[in-house]
Write a protein that binds this ligand. Structure first.
Ligand SMILES: [Zn+2]
Ligand SMILES: [Zn+2]
Length: 250
């Protein structure tokens, strides 16, 4: 609400929901039973005030209020949850620091562009029984917005269109469905510093690994790689994207 240290993305950022919302349950009678626990954000007892003293929190009126995350039930000082949210990416989501359950819908800062895909009649090494899905990402260079590291400054976009490959198997198609959700939520790419070239203010991959090599594996980004699809599903889950999301958006 009234952070003394606003960050650049604040104008786009939704505030953390109040206690009693669908994410965070407020103080409830049964909390008295568990109040001897420590808050694992500030390591102070939940029965006392929040130990958080840094930037990113508003007035201290709720200092002793405990928030219970609705789905997983883990409890923290409400003020600690607010501080964690305000000091993070403020991306519209909150991740429980104990069990990693994600609340809300996490969105990224991927620049505008296009994602297309089609099936090509060739097999990938390690997937001899099916054809191949080719995904084509295209993002043009542009000017950084308020959600990017250097608003108003140009960013470059190297190597586009980028071609990526998945086996056209049941699991490969599932990964594709979830990648389409990730694209809509602007989570496939980001703007930042390339870990391979060191160039700053450029379009970079964001946490979800893609296979960019077809028919060989010279770069380590090709096939065969038996664990690849499961790894990608895990990376998507870490972004808050599961099969439920794909079904909901259809
Ligand atoms: Zn706390
Ligand atoms: Zn939890």
């Amino acid at each position: 609400s009234s952070s003394p240290h606003p960050n650049r993305s604040q104008q786009m950022a939704p505030p953390l929901p109040e206690p009693g919302s669908s994410w965070i349950k407020g103080n409830e009678p049964f909390l008295c039973l568990n109040i001897s626990q420590d808050c694992t954000i500030c390591m102070e007892p939940l029965g006392g005030p929040s130990g958080y003293k840094g930037p990113g929190v508003g007035p201290v009126s709720r200092a002793e209020s405990v928030g219970r995350l609705a789905q997983c039930g883990h409890q923290y000082h409400f003020q600690c949850l607010v501080a964690m949210y305000n000091n993070g990416n403020k991306d519209g989501s909150l991740q429980c620091p104990t069990c990693k359950t994600i609340y809300g819908v996490k969105t990224g800062n991927q620049p505008a562009g296009k994602m297309e895909y089609h099936v090509i009649p060739h097999s990938l090494p390690g997937h001899p029984d099916c054809k191949t899905i080719r995904i084509i990402y295209n993002i043009p260079p542009g000017i950084q917005g308020p959600e990017h590291p250097n608003p108003g400054k140009p960013f470059t976009a190297r190597g586009f269109p980028r071609h990526c490959y998945l086996p056209d198997s049941e699991k490969g198609r599932k990964v594709l469905r979830l990648l389409l959700v990730a694209w809509d939520r602007r989570l496939i790419f980001s703007v930042g510093t390339s870990s391979t070239t060191g160039e700053s203010d450029t379009v970079i991959w964001n946490e979800v690994h893609h296979k960019t090599e077809f028919g060989s594996n010279l770069t380590g980004h090709g096939f065969p790689d038996p664990g690849h699809l499961d790894n990608v599903l895990e990376e998507l889950r870490a972004q808050g994207i599961t099969e439920d999301d794909a079904l909901m958006e259809k």
